[in-house]
Design a protein around this ligand. Structure first.
Ligand code: PHE
Length: 354
């Protein structure tokens, strides 16, 4: 009986046939199992428990066979399956993902600077007063600290009562000074030099430093075609005895030469214009000659002795250069992107072009 049922369920080619088999064996009114159950009345009293157990076991086995058959049909493995699957239809192409244009630019820059001997390092995006300002020679009363130019962090406060919501309080670092989203990657200069000094044994000369750091920075600018409250910078730092401004210019020139892939017979021109940054002296704005015009690419200069002293280098022993360039501008220029907001709208139709 049990194997009759299993066979009937197994042979069912569609839901209708399976349902007919189910009614035949498991039907509540006239099913064959029901008929056997009814017959239990005639069984000897002493044999009843054993017979009941046997009946339950049979019922379980039949139900399992039914479920198995049902699963088989639901998953489409019925005998009619070949008819539903036309192997002559063309396949659906897989859509391949790709890296964001900014990520591509970053990878490219990292690779070129790596060949010039600069190791890529990272720093936190939430910074403290020391790394974003003090150690970079930005004094307590400098306009660069203006809350209108920085994203200072605050923490929500528990309200005293529901009618008077609490003002958020400034989020403070371990030094009791406000925390903020870094406004420039120059913070990583400080962290790198501090780590180098910390790793120097008493009496040894601190090691030279040659790093690049590529990452996000934040400024509360209103978004328009050329501004966005978050963007990316590449920061370079080189510290060693005898480093000069000529090294800075040479490194930038080789970098751009590689980046734009020009023949070495056609050297790319880098131009310095006098400028000011608190953490470099002298300071310059850099331009490169590209596509028949000067293109502004960022700031640079010789690391200010005050910065070297702040992290524990002796400005009598070492000098260094630093530069900080905007990544979006270069990426946009390279691809002919005219609105920075397109980079962050996450429209696949735009991003799939790169
Ligand atoms: N941090 C500067 C900026 O964001 C750029 C810079 C970096 C200038 C390093 C000099 C040296 O504008």
């Amino acid at each position: 009986f049990e194997s009759d049922a299993a066979q009937a369920f197994g042979a069912a080619a569609d839901g209708e046939a399976l349902e007919a088999a189910r009614v035949e064996f498991l039907g509540a009114k006239a099913g064959r199992l029901k008929a056997i159950q009814k017959g239990m009345g005639g069984v000897d009293k002493a044999d009843k428990p054993a017979a009941g157990q046997k009946l339950n076991a049979v019922k379980g086995a039949i139900e399992t066979a039914f479920e198995t058959a049902k699963t088989r049909l639901d998953s489409g493995a019925s005998t009619g399956v070949q008819d539903a699957f036309d192997i002559t239809l063309p396949g659906r192409p897989l859509r391949r993902g790709r890296l964001h244009p900014i990520t591509q630019t970053i990878e490219r820059m990292k690779e070129i600077m790596g060949r010039l001997g600069f190791t890529a390092v990272e720093g936190p995006e939430i910074e403290d007063d020391w790394h974003n300002f003090v150690a970079l020679n930005i004094p307590e009363v400098h306009p660069a600290r203006d809350p209108l130019d920085n994203f200072y962090l605050s923490v929500a406060q528990r309200a005293e009562s529901s009618s008077t919501p609490a003002e958020p309080a400034p989020a403070l670092g371990p030094d009791g000074k406000p925390l903020l989203l870094r406004s420039q990657t120059s913070t990583v200069q400080i962290r790198t030099m501090e780590a180098a000094i910390a790793a120097t044994a008493e009496g040894d000369d601190p090691p030279p430093v040659r790093i690049v750091s590529l990452g996000r920075v934040y400024r509360p600018d209103t978004a328009d075609a050329t501004h966005y409250p978050m963007f990316h910078q590449i920061e370079g730092l080189c510290i060693a005895p005898g480093v000069t401004m000529a090294d800075l210019k040479g490194v930038l020139q080789m970098f751009w030469q590689s980046y734009f892939g020009l023949e070495s017979s056609e050297p790319i021109e880098v131009r310095f214009r006098p400028s000011f940054f608190p953490f470099t002296e002298p300071s310059v704005e850099c331009d490169i000659w590209h596509d028949g015009k000067w293109m502004e690419i960022g700031g640079a200069g010789m690391v200010d002795p005050n910065v070297l002293r702040a992290v524990g280098y002796d400005p009598e022993q070492v000098t260094g250069f630093a530069f900080g360039l905007g990544i979006e501008r270069i990426c946009m220029r390279q691809h002919g992107i005219t609105d920075i907001r397109d980079l962050y709208a996450n429209d696949v139709r735009f991003l799939a072009q790169f």
